[in-house]
Write a protein that binds this ligand. Structure first.
Ligand code: HEM
Length: 423
């Protein structure tokens, strides 16, 4: 089929990997008491309407009511103040001045390990990278032992964390469950004992420029800080890990895309990464609740959603809404012309008050690592294992084995790629 994208988009055969055979059409649908928002405009309206729409952090759990909720479940003034206070940890200037050199160094360490071994599981490398980078922003830098990535995995996957007896239905539910635990969580969690508590103790005497120091200055207790750390682990570490895997997969499969990425300046490389993230949103579902009546216009009709209604925002479908994204929305096309106000990654970082504060950091660290990785003579061994974690509504890539043969003549050789270029 000929399309208007033909002359501009060279990667037309590269398509969404994470369709999982149940893609929907953009639109708005009521199913019982729940509204499903699958149009880009509707989802954006709801995400930006912080007057009438909330995260819905309220819970009947007594302990949760007594705890300060983590940032992701805050609303209103409390949330605004928190976001204003932490914004300084995520600015492009902070990322460049405080984190870039570390990301570069860590990348080199991971690359040398890969080169020495000749092969590696990319999902392990990307987890280590994303955990260590986010840990510095949070202030988790005083661990008593190595292996924080494994302890985080264990803390987040523990069934013991779910006291509700119901299946979790969103990517942040693990955090909510963590927050509903009794203080025994503190005793049983090796993540707390080995990573979080030492960080808190160090910052009580010597505050630093990081999230934990900020929370201490606001009087947060240990349990509240642990829950906030688990929020960052879910929101910042797990997400970035999966995204790096997905971006590498697309580029290792499409040599033309990989070459364009390696040859591009930073703007071009970020454009490619944003387009991959649009097509393959790691957080595929967001949840909201109306606190006032809300009206959404869609397809010539007005949909009246009463106060107190739960809404499920289907980000994979909103990101492929042809009316906004343009023709062939399920095709990877970094050159697509998006209307003004629509970002390259569409709603993959959310929007409005809760929009991801780590968006720039995530793309920057992914870029530093991927640029170095993909300039190696590297190829995939078999097809990575791709699953949809239905509990989290997020994809997971595992067993992503790559091999690196310096003498094979394969891959891409660029001069001067020993460290990530500043451009
Ligand atoms: C590719 C990687 C990432 C993706 C796809 C991603 C995606 C998202 C999305 C969709 C939200 C909005 C949730 C909502 O509206 O309910 C969010 C929020 C958040 N993200 Fe990210 N994120 C990524 C990386 C990061 C990083 C690196 C950090 C920090 C180190 C981070 C920290 C957070 C925090 C703290 C929130 C909660 C903000 C709030 O509720 O005000 N994220 N992220």
């Amino acid at each position: 089929m000929t399309s208007e994208l033909t002359p501009r988009c060279p990667y037309q055969e590269a398509e969404r990997k994470t369709g999982f055979d149940f893609d929907h059409q953009p639109g708005i649908e009521r199913q019982g008491e729940v509204w499903h928002l699958r149009s880009y405009a509707a989802a954006k309206q709801v995400l930006r309407d912080s007057q009438n729409v909330l995260q819905g952090a309220s819970t009947d759990n007594v302990l949760m009511k007594r705890l300060r909720p983590p940032v992701i479940f805050q609303d209103g003034d409390e949330h605004r103040e928190q976001r204003t206070a932490i914004a300084r940890f995520f600015t492009p200037k902070t990322v460049q001045e405080k984190h870039h050199a570390f990301i570069d160094l860590l990348t080199e360490r991971l690359i040398v390990r890969l080169q020495r071994a000749g092969r590696a599981d990319l999902s392990d490398l990307s987890m280590e990278l994303s955990v260590e980078v986010a840990a510095r922003v949070v202030g988790l830098t005083d661990s008593l032992q190595p292996g924080m990535d494994r302890r985080i995995d264990a803390s987040l996957s523990s069934n013991d964390l779910n006291l509700s007896g119901k299946a979790n239905t969103d990517v942040w539910a693990r955090v909510r469950n963590a927050a509903t635990q009794s203080h025994s969580l503190l005793r049983m969690s090796s993540f707390y004992l080995i990573d979080v508590r030492p960080a808190i103790q160090a910052r009580r005497t010597h505050p630093q420029e990081d999230v934990i120091s900020h929370l201490l200055s606001k009087g947060y207790n240990d349990l509240e800080i642990l829950v906030e750390c688990l929020t960052y682990a879910t929101a910042g570490m797990v997400t970035t890990r999966e995204f790096i895997g997905m971006a590498a997969w697309h580029m290792l499969e499409r040599d033309d895309l990989r070459q364009a990425y390696l040859a591009g300046d930073r703007t071009e490389r970020h454009r490619i990464l944003h387009e991959i993230l649009r097509l393959e949103p790691v957080v595929s579902t967001l949840f909201r609740k109306t606190v006032q009546d809300v009206t959404i216009e869609h397809g010539g009709a007005a949909h009246h959603i009463p106060a107190g209604t739960r809404m499920i925002l289907d980000i994979r479908t909103t990101n492929a809404d042809e009316s906004v994204i343009g023709a062939e929305p399920l095709t990877l096309c970094p050159q697509r012309a998006l209307p003004s106000g629509v970002q390259g990654q569409a709603l993959s970082f959310g929007d409005g008050a809760h929009r991801c504060p780590g968006a720039f950091l995530a793309i920057h660290e992914s870029d530093v690592f991927l640029h170095r990785l993909l300039s190696l003579p590297l190829h995939m061994v078999g097809t990575p294992e791709l699953t949809l974690n239905e509990m989290l509504m997020s994809y997971e890539i595992r067993n992503f084995i790559v091999e690196c043969h310096e003498d094979s003549g394969e891959g891409v050789r660029l001069s001067g790629t020993a460290a990530h270029p500043a451009r």
